[in-house]
Write a protein that binds this ligand. Structure first.
Ligand SMILES: [Zn+2]
Length: 149
């Protein structure tokens, strides 16, 4: 095994061992849109799969690197494919990855992942500001065309 190959493998092992990195890597490797049917509703609200949601109260966000996020306005939380696979499907994220991708495929994806950038969509900051602003829901509805109960 050459030095270069060894180094790459270690990088992948490093990601698998670090929960935070694994979550970022997984979210990039497996798009959340794979599990959420209504992909055409990019700018519309979708039902949140993480709670019993009779009216669509979540919205999808697409990062520049290809990661898809869902923000739930009822729970005030954001989710990715990592949460879907671990919480809803109850699967082990590493097993899921190794079943789907070869090691070299994962190494290819690894090159496209940035671990240091902020992963908070601005809407999360706005949502968290709700307690400080009187009409933040009205404001969000106007700016993002989302219906907030
Ligand atoms: Zn929710």
């Amino acid at each position: 095994m050459s030095e270069q190959v060894k180094e790459k493998s270690n990088k992948l092992v490093d990601v698998f061992r670090d929960h935070k990195k694994l979550k970022i890597f997984f979210s990039r490797a497996v798009p959340l849109t794979e599990f959420i049917e209504d992909v055409k509703a990019v700018s519309a609200s979708v039902p949140c799969p993480f709670h019993s949601d009779s009216t669509p109260s979540a919205k999808l966000f697409f990062d520049e690197d290809g990661t898809v996020r869902l923000y739930c306005f009822t729970e005030h939380r954001q989710f990715t494919s990592f949460d879907y696979v671990t919480k809803i499907m109850g699967e082990d994220p590493i097993l899921f990855l190794t079943r789907r991708f070869s090691e070299s495929e994962m190494e290819g994806i690894l090159h496209k992942v940035t671990f240091s950038i902020s992963t908070r969509p601005i809407i999360v900051d706005l949502d968290e500001a709700a307690e400080h602003l009187p009409n933040v829901e009205e404001f969000l509805a106007k700016v993002y065309f989302v219906h907030v109960k």
